[in-house]
Design a protein around this ligand. Sequence first.
Ligand code: ARG
Length: 474
Amino acid sequence: MMSEDQASNRMWGGRFASGPDAVMEAINASIGFDKKLYAQDIRGSLAHAAMLAKTGIISAEDEKKIAEGLKTILSEIENGKFTFSTRLEDIHMNVEARLAELIGHAAGRLHTARSRNDQVAVDFRMWVKEELERVDGALGGLIEAFLTRAEEHAASVMPGFTHLQSAQPVTFGHHLMAYVEMFGRDRSRVRDAIERLNENPLGAAALAGTGFPIDRHMTSAALGFREPTRNSIDTVSDRDFALEFLSISAICATHLSRLAEEIVIWSTPQFGFVRLSDSFSTGSSIMPQKKNPDAAELIRAKTGRINGDLIGLLTVMKGLPLAYSKDMQEDKEAVFDAAETLDLMLAAMTGMIGDMEINTQAMKKAAGAGFSTATDLADWLVREAGLPFREAHHVTGRAVALAEQKKCGLEKLALEDLTAINPAITEDVFSVLSVANSVKSRTSYGGTAPTEVRRQIRTWRKRLKRDAQTFKKG
Ligand code: ARG
C-alpha cells in the first residue's frame, strides 16, 4: 500500500508535497520577483495616503501613523530585516500586512479608493521610468566614449565593407561615428518613451475609477508624473510602457550586437585591427597563444535574451481582453531581466570601447587591399576626362583586371598601362589612387573625409550638451 504522502508526492511532485494549496501559492505568487518594486510601492502608498488625508477621506492622525509605518517598512527592507512571504502573494500585500502588524487598525484605511490594479501599474511605471533614465545616462556615457575614440582616429584609414568585402576606404573615426548615430537614436527613443509613460495611473482603482473625492493631480505631482492618465480602463490594462522599454532595449541590444560582432572580427589575428585589454578578454586554458573576446561575444549573445523578453511579453499581452487580467503579472520578469542585461551590456561596451587598442597600421594595410580605390579611379575618369560613369566603370574594370594580373595595387600600375586602356588618363590620376587621398576627397555632408568626421564630432558634442540640459530627471 502506498502511504498518503507518497500518493500526493506522485501527483504534485516533490516540491508541492502538500498538494493543491501549495501549487496555487506557487503559481499565484509574484513576491519572488516583484519585491524589486518595494521602493516604488512605498512611495506610491505615501503619496496616496497624503492625498487621502488632504481630501478628508482619512484623518490626519491615521495618515501620520500610516506614513510612519511605511517608512519603518522601507528601512526594514533596506536593512534586510523584512520577511517576505509567498503566502501574501505580492509586494503590495506584503507591505500592507506588515503595516497592519506595525500600526494596527489604521493600516486598513490605506487601501481606500485604490486597488492593486492601479497600485501595480503605478509602481511598475515608476520603476520603468527610472530604468529608462538609467539607460539614458548609460547611452550618454557610451556616446562620449565613442566621440573620444573617433576624434583620435578621425584620419585613420580602414577598409569600409559591404557584404563584408572591402568596398571603399573609410576612416575609423567615421565608422565609430556610425554607432554614435545608432546610440543617439536609441537615446531619443528612450526620451520619447519617458515622455509617453509620464502619466500617473494611481486613482484608476480596480478599473472604473472611484466615488471617493480623490485628487489625482496631487498624487501625480507627488510622484513626479506630468499628469494623471485619462481613462481608468486603459490605465489598468495598459502595459505599452513595458513593451516600449523592451523594444527600445531590443533595438539597442541589436546595435550593440553588431558592434560586438565587428569587435570579434577585428580582434582576430587575421584582421588584427584592434587589441582588447585583458579586462575584457580571456586566455584559453589550453592554447596559450589565444586571447578571446568574451565580453564582445557575450554582448552579441545577450541580445537573444532581450529579444526573448520582448517576444515573451508581446505574447502575454496579445489578445488580452480589457481590463486587468492576472496574465499581466508576467510582465515583470521580462522587464527586470532585459533591464539588468542591457545595463550590463552598455557598461561592458563602454569599457571596451574606451580601452581597446587600435592597430592603425593593420587597418591602413587592409584599406589599400582589394583595389579599394577603384571607385576613385572611375570618379576621376568622369570628372577629369568627361567619360559617362558607366564607361568609366568599364575602363576601371580593365585597370583592376590588369593590376590583378600584375599582382599589384592600382596605384602601382605604370601610366603607360593606364593610357593603353584609355588615352585620356594622365599622371594626375595617381593623386586619387592612394587610400589617404581617397578618404580626404569624400567631403560630402556625412561623408568619410577627416574634415567631415571632425565636423560630425563637433555637432555631437554640442548635442550632448544640449541633451544634458533639456533632460530633467524625476
Ligand atoms: N501581483 C499583481 C500583478 O503583478 C498585482 C495586481 C493584482 N491584482 C489583482 N486583481 N489580483 O499584476
